[in-house]
Design a protein around this ligand. Sequence first.
Ligand code: 13P
Length: 355
Amino acid sequence: MTLKYYTEELKKTASSLAQSGKGILAVDESTKTVGKRLSSIGVENTEENRNSYRGMLFTTPGLGNFISGAILFEETLFQNHPDGESMVEKLDRLGIIPGIKVDTGLRPLPGADEVETLCSGLDGLVERAADYYTQGARFAKWRAVLQITSNGCPTKLSIQENAWGLARYARSVQESGLVPIIEPEILMDGDHSIERTAEIQEEVIKEVYHACQINGVLLEGTLLKPSMTVPGADCSETASPEKVAQMTIRTMERCVPASVPGIVFLSGGLSEEAASVYLNLMNKIDRKANWNVSFSYGRALQHSCLKAWRGNDLIAGQKSLIARAQANSEAAKGIYIPGSQPSSDEALFVAGYTY
Ligand code: 13P
C-alpha cells in the first residue's frame, strides 16, 4: 500500500514546485486547443508554429525567478527548440521543472447527466509516466471537470468517479517518480451563487482526499490545483474580490490536508488582472495551514503574451509573459499592487470550454 520508491524525491520536487513566490506556467493545451489560440492571432496551427510559440515562452530571460514549473503537452516534452536544443534543456537552463499533462481527455460519463464527464488515461499510466520521467518530466497533471447545474449536477456518480480517477492517477504517477498535480476543476458555467460553489467544492475536494487515502497517495508529494470559489458566470449577483478570496480560503481550509505543500489555482476563464488580484488577496489572509498558495495559470499567463507575440515578435511576447509572471509571483506573496504590471481585463471565460 505505502509507496516504496521515490518517496524522498517526490517530497523534494513538490516542495520545489511550491516554493514561496513561484507558480506554474500551464502550457499543456492540446493541439486542437492551442490551434484556437493561434488562430485568434492569425497564426496557422502547424508543428513549426507551436514550436516557435512555446520556444519563445521557454527562453524568456528571468522567467525562473517567478515560475517553478511548466506543464507541457506530450509533443513539447519530446520536441527540440528551433535552435536544436531540447525544450527540456531550455527549461532546465531557466531553473524551471518540466511537467507533463498525462490525462487523455474528457469522455461522457455513462449513467450521469449529459453534461458530465470522466477523465481518461489510466490504462498503462505507470509505464507512460516512467517514459516521461526518463524524458525529464518530474511532475504531472490530470484535469477532472465538474459542472454545477440547476438540475442536480454534479451528481454523486460524477463526484465519485472524478475523485477516484484523480486519486488513481496520483498514485500511478507517483509510482514512477512524478509529482501529481491533482486538478478537480469546477467550471464557471451556470448561474449559481458563490455559496453554492463553495458547498459543491467542499464536497468534491473532500471526496478527492478520501480517494487519495484509499489509494495510498503520498500527500507530501502532491499539489492541489483547484478553481477559485467564484459565482457562476451567469449569476445575477457578483462577488467582490475580497469575498472570492475569503470564500476560497475558507473552502481550502475546510478540505485540504496540511500535509499538502502547495495549492496552485487555475485561472479558469478569469481575466489576467482578476486572477492576480484574487490570488493576492488570498495571500493577505491569515491561514490555518502552511500551504504555499500560488498559481498554475494557462490563459491568465498567456493571453496578452500571445497577442503581443502575434506570430513573430519574440521580444514583445516575452515582455508580456514576464510581466504577468512577476505580477502573479507578487500575488503569491500578497504584495501585488493591482495595475502595476501591464495586463488585460478581458474576461477569458468561454461557456462549454474544452481543453
Ligand atoms: P487556465 O488557467 O487557462 O484555466 O488553465 C489552467 C489549466 O492547466 C487547466 O487545466
